[in-house]
Design a protein around this ligand. Structure first.
Ligand SMILES: Cc1cc2nc3c(=O)[nH]c(=O)nc-3n(C[C@H](O)[C@H](O)[C@H](O)COP(=O)(O)O)c2cc1C
Length: 330
């Protein structure tokens, strides 16, 4: 059975390879997801730039956006050759651009097509093929819409289903509003698990802590966390000890940053800008003395041309200096 116990959600512009490498320093066991990549980009685009990742990121899943079974099969094969551990299909993104391409959340209306997509991907790769969906869109009845989608993908041999426990409203809401406005309905996902005991099911949406994740695990096989993990990454330090009974790979955020340095240095040498990496660590140390100065330092200095490791170290020094500082609240 696919281990879906804990994962960090796919997030466009956020979960790029630098972000995933950093998250991996905080947890060995969480499954990490890429940003969504469209089949067209995978097939025709600059593959190394779009799909390249570090060996340390495993287990890492790629998320594909598309709705043409043949193209999805081809893209899945390419991703498997890159070494991804799982191929995930996006059936949850509500953006206009995605709707024009007839994929993402609007596929909730076309369960048979989603089944065909999964079957084509399964036939093309040995890696597990999973789907991330919503409980419905617009005026759909979530009981029926989610059941039909689940039955279609189970029939096609899907290895796991991740359900963002709210509807997407395809008209009138921005993608951001579609992550906040439609109400969460965790019970709907719990009922799906009861109806499909053999199918690994992970729940997603609004989970803010490891304690909350644990509570969900009484009802479903796994929990996927997006914004909370990105915005306060130290949450991930609890994953290995509390959900897998294994020690965390590092003691704390400072320890993680020390281990991040060789990676940052290697990327800087390749011409990656410091800010492209440090933007993913701005949520560290939230609420602690010096955190605000740490963030401010990175936000203003890391974007400057030529910014290097010394900039990162100077930002960290604000934290080490903090107790003697003027009682700054983060
Ligand atoms: C900045 C951002 C980008 C996102 N991009 C994607 C994406 O590419 N694919 C996807 O399936 N979901 C995407 N999502 C949705 C998340 O994966 C997740 O379903 C949603 O944020 C709810 O989980 P959370 O409450 O734990 O954040 C994105 C969310 C955010 C905040």
């Amino acid at each position: 059975m696919q281990d879906v116990r804990f994962s960090v959600a796919p997030m466009m512009e956020w979960t790029d390879r630098h972000c995933r490498f950093f998250h991996r320093l905080l947890t060995r066991r969480a499954r990490l997801y890429t940003e969504m990549v469209t089949t067209g980009a995978v097939i025709h685009g600059p593959r190394e730039r779009l799909l390249g990742f570090s060996e340390e990121e495993h287990p890492v899943a790629v998320q594909l956006g598309g709705s043409d079974p043949r193209e999805l099969a081809q893209a899945a094969r390419i991703c498997e050759e890159f070494g991804y551990d799982e191929i995930n299909l996006n059936v949850g993104c509500p953006s206009d651009r995605v709707q024009e391409g007839r994929f993402g959340a609007c596929l909730m209306r076309e369960p048979a097509l989603v089944g065909d997509c999964v079957a084509a991907m399964k036939a093309a790769v040995r890696a597990p093929v999973t789907v991330k969906c919503r409980i419905g869109v617009d005026d759909q009845d979530p009981e029926e819409a989610l059941n039909r989608l689940a039955e279609a993908v189970v029939g096609a041999g899907v290895d796991a289903l991740i359900v963002h426990a709210r509807k997407a409203w395809l008209q009138g809401l921005s993608p951001k509003e579609n992550r906040e406005v439609p109400p969460l309905d965790y019970d709907r996902v719990y009922r799906l698990k009861q109806a499909h005991p053999a199918l690994p099911i992970a729940i997603n949406g609004g989970v803010r802590s490891i304690a909350e994740a644990k509570a969900h695990l009484a009802h479903v096989d796994g929990v996927m966390v997006g914004r909370a993990a990105y915005q306060a990454p130290e949450m991930l330090l609890g994953v290995d000890p509390e959900l897998f009974g294994e020690p965390a790979p590092v003691a704390d955020g400072l320890d993680a940053l020390e281990r991040f340095e060789p990676y940052v240095a290697a990327r800087l040498a390749e011409g990656v800008r410091l800010a492209a990496m440090t933007r993913h660590i701005l949520g560290l140390f939230a609420g602690r003395p010096g955190a605000r100065a740490f963030r401010r330092h990175l936000a203003t200095e890391a974007v400057k041309p030529g910014a290097g490791l010394e900039t990162l170290r100077a930002a960290v020094a604000h934290l080490r200096r903090a107790p003697a500082a003027l009682g700054e609240a983060a």
